[in-house]
Design a binder for this molecule. Structure first.
Ligand code: GLP
Length: 242
């Protein structure tokens, strides 16, 4: 695993964007693994600078989001589909028809999960997966105890994650869904490259446990230790416990 400690969050975003841009330069129709939450925003901002300056063209790339809430009202601005449209597809000028998010509103959620796995496979797999990490070590919405072999499936969100994410729902914990669809750890590990970004002291313990702790289902991020091409980009605050 490559660990890079950078001076600040902006540098983390720029370094992540550089790695993604290198993959797209080599393969213009690359399949990007997209993530939501606040961690990847710096990477998206840095990618946008490259797209706006003409240095990077993502129009032929496709994308798969890691996860989605289950049961939000259609069109909800808190949905990851809306987030991906606002933060990624639009600003990075990706073709919306090539960018998928798990269908958290599907009538048959299990079929939607199987369909998502199939779609990733049919696209040839993910070339580079951008990841954040939760304060409890989760990646995607694979909460502690998730199986290392897990695939895209329905999960119950932990209380901790719902509390952490209540800030996106005007602080209203009741409004945070109880369930989600997430790519599994096994799914994520099949991406050809992983780039995990973490910023701020609130992530320091999770980063240390994922990078230096034992491989354990209690710290889903520790599965990066199994991947042959995983990079962890952290600012000094998130590296404090390394
Ligand atoms: C969220 C997302 C994850 C994200 C993590 C950290 O719940 N499902 O994909 O990496 O938790 O979020 P943030 O980056 O906002 O700290």
């Amino acid at each position: 695993m490559e660990i890079v400690i950078l001076p600040d969050a902006q540098a983390v975003g720029r370094a992540a964007a550089a790695r993604i841009a290198a993959v797209v330069r080599a393969k213009p129709d690359a399949v990007l693994g997209l993530s939501t939450g606040s961690s990847p925003l710096g990477a998206y901002a840095a990618l946008r600078e490259r797209v706006d300056s003409g240095a990077l063209d993502l129009s032929r790339a496709s994308g798969f989001a890691l996860d989605e809430y289950v049961g939000l009202p259609a069109g909800s601005e808190q949905s990851y589909a809306a987030t991906i449209a606002a933060e990624v597809t639009g600003p990075l000028r990706m073709d919306p028809a090539r960018v998928r998010v798990p269908d958290g509103g599907a009538h048959d959620l299990e079929a939607a999960c199987a369909d998502y796995e199939r779609a990733i496979r049919d696209a040839g797999g993910v070339d580079v997966q951008l990841l954040g990490i939760g304060a409890n070590g989760h990646i995607g919405f694979n909460e502690p105890t998730s199986s290392i072999a897990s695939r895209t499936r329905i999960k119950t969100l932990s209380e901790r994650t719902r509390e952490d994410n209540a800030r996106f729902f005007d602080g209203d914990l009741e409004a945070v869904p109880l369930h989600c669809i997430t790519q599994g750890l096994g799914t994520i590990l099949e991406a050809r490259r992983l780039v995990l970004v973490a910023q701020g002291e609130a992530k320091a313990a999770a980063v240390a446990a994922a990078v230096e702790g034992p491989l354990t289902a209690m710290v889903p991020g520790s599965v990066l230790q199994l991947h042959p091409a995983a990079t962890v980009l952290v600012d000094e605050a998130a590296a404090a416990d390394l």
